[in-house]
Design a protein around this ligand. Structure first.
Ligand SMILES: C[S@@+](CC[C@H](N)C(=O)[O-])C[C@H]1O[C@@H](n2cnc3c(N)ncnc32)[C@H](O)[C@@H]1O
Length: 230
């Protein structure tokens, strides 16, 4: 789709899903194929870029730990600049744009610049990875919820250590609502869980390289419900 004189550009944040090209949504693919400019992330389904017409501008904004190609200010600057030129800009992200993805900041920047923004949800790896590993996140036999946490925190967060990682000293980030149906967070210093179901889940999750887990693979912070006090 080419920009026409006088048309107003816009930005579409598209959640590309957890990696496989066919796990994007129908709406996400529709928006991608309507783009004049596509700005991609490292975990986006880049195999889909081969379906774009040759006149679509593709900008690789992949960021790697310690090797950022473009800063977030540069990325949002590009989005705004291309949209102001009348282009439809698709920002193609991995997973969901609002799950650990700076999507909200990008929306704020574009909106502040007067650029219309649409956000297309994506299948987040936080739920897709466990599913693809055969791990139900909830079940009627006791797993009544799940928690998604990041190991990286804002430097000002009191639970962050000097490197910005979640401090181990701050303890587990979940509360009694965490998801393992057979165990619960234990007090500090307890031994690794003996719960077979939790051990199996830990192993599956470790194999799946999930970004977000029911409980940390190998974590000592759980124990069978049968050993509850009181
Ligand atoms: C910056 S977060 C982006 C999360 C994404 N917005 C989502 O909803 O899935 C990146 C982390 O998500 C996980 N992740 C996301 N997609 C993945 C994939 N296809 N394969 C493995 N890990 C993935 C990894 O732990 C990675 O370090």
């Amino acid at each position: 789709m080419s920009a026409e004189a006088g048309t107003r550009g816009r930005v579409v944040l598209v959640g590309g899903g957890p990696g496989a090209d066919d796990l994007i949504t129908v709406r996400g693919l529709d928006r991608l194929l309507s783009a004049d400019v596509v700005i991609t992330d490292r975990l986006a389904p880049v195999g889909l870029l081969g379906r774009l017409s040759p006149d679509v501008e593709v900008i690789d904004a992949a960021r790697l730990p310690g090797r950022a190609t473009l800063t977030y200010d540069q990325i949002t600057g590009l989005m705004i600049e291309r949209a102001r030129a009348g282009k439809t800009v698709v920002r193609l992200k991995g997973g969901d744009p609002f799950v650990f993805a700076h999507g909200a900041q990008e929306v704020e920047s574009c909106t502040a610049a007067g650029i219309p923004v649409e956000v297309v949800p994506g299948v987040t790896s936080a739920t897709a990875a466990p599913v693809l590993a055969g791990v139900p996140l909830t079940s009627t036999d006791g797993a009544a919820g799940f928690t998604v946490v990041s190991g990286h925190l804002h430097p000002d967060d009191p639970q962050a250590d000097s490197t910005g990682q979640r401090s181990r000293a701050a303890g587990p980030p979940w509360s009694s609502s965490w998801a393992c149906g057979s165990c619960r967070p234990s007090s500090a210093g307890s031994s690794p869980t003996a719960c077979p179901r939790t051990r199996r889940r830990h192993a599956l999750l470790a194999r799946a390289s999930a970004s977000s887990v029911l409980c940390t693979p190998g974590s000592p912070n759980c124990r069978p419900l049968s050993s509850r006090q009181g």
